[in-house]
Write a protein of this length. Structure first.
Length: 285
């Protein structure tokens, strides 16, 4: 039993590492493709990979369910665009830490325990440290964009629960991602320009889609089969720290001690808020 739980925890951490590794690769493509171009490739190839895995059936679906997919697609493209634009202005660890306030807000609002005020205070202190020179090249607009991305992430979580109840597995996510790719296409194609003819860059875009979508989704779904949801959420709370380490290793983004303290506060707040909260998980998961 313990070995199974340990392997599930390793799967969650592996999924977080995959996502943040994908974000690091994405950031390295910004000089050639621009954030919109990378968003377009990520949603396109990530959506195609998930479609191949899940084989969604959309025929004869009620209009209400198809409407949910449309809204989810809009939320996905908005979340990715604002996050990648923030990532263009901030170190990876800082951007993910601020964005993580979205899931934290969902957890706190869902539990309504007095103790959650402590976690809100810890998260607020962490963001205040980041806003006050938490690391190199902290850009005010980048912080705002990361916060907006966190808002869309919260919307994605709440909407994803409804989509998960209507569609099995990630079969609802695949068409939503492809719709998001279609919405991002005009901006993304203009941003990337002639670089879309570069097979190496497009191949890297395929890698971003797989690392950020198909691979971590598969790992997290397997982990959810072995872990209680609240344990899963606590482990997932380490993602800002994983992002900071990925930034150091892959992008050489060395943060000041104040930034690491801020990240630790947000991780503590997220873990504390998730410790006794059982988030709504689609029945099929």
């Amino acid at each position: 039993m313990r070995e199974g739980r340990a392997s599930a925890v390793a799967l969650v951490l592996g999924a977080a590492t995959s996502v943040q590794g994908g974000a690091a690769v994405a950031k390295s493509l910004f000089p050639q493709l621009g954030p919109p171009g990378v968003v377009f490739l990520r949603l396109l190839f990530g959506g195609l990979a998930l479609w191949a895995i899940t084989r969604p059936q959309l025929r004869e679906r009620p209009r209400r369910e198809l409407g949910l997919l449309i809204v989810l697609g809009v939320v996905l493209v908005s979340m990715n665009l604002t996050f990648y634009e923030s990532l263009d202005r901030l170190p990876l660890g800082v951007a993910v830490t601020v964005e993580f306030l979205g899931p934290l807000a969902v957890a706190v609002l869902g539990s309504r325990r007095p103790l959650d005020l402590v976690w809100v205070g810890a998260a607020g202190a962490g963001v205040a440290l980041l806003a006050n020179g938490g690391g190199k090249a902290v850009h005010p607009l980048g912080l705002v964009l990361a916060a907006v991305a966190g808002l869309f992430w919260a919307c994605y979580i709440l909407l994803g629960v409804r989509v998960g109840r209507a569609f099995s597995g990630a079969s609802g996510l695949a068409p939503a991602m492809l719709l998001g790719a279609a919405l991002a296409a005009p901006w993304g194609i203009v941003s990337a320009g002639g670089h879309l003819r570069d097979a190496q860059l497009v191949g890297a875009g395929v890698g971003v889609g797989l690392l950020s979508s198909a691979l971590p989704w598969s790992m997290e779904l397997e982990a959810l089969r072995r872990l209680p949801p609240h344990v899963f959420s606590v482990v997932l709370s380490l993602e800002p720290a994983v992002a900071a380490v990925a930034g150091v290793v892959f992008l050489h983004e060395h943060l000041r001690a104040r930034a690491w303290l801020a990240i630790a506060l947000v991780v503590l707040a997220s873990a504390g808020a998730a410790r006794r909260v059982t988030p709504p998980v689609p029945p099929d998961a």
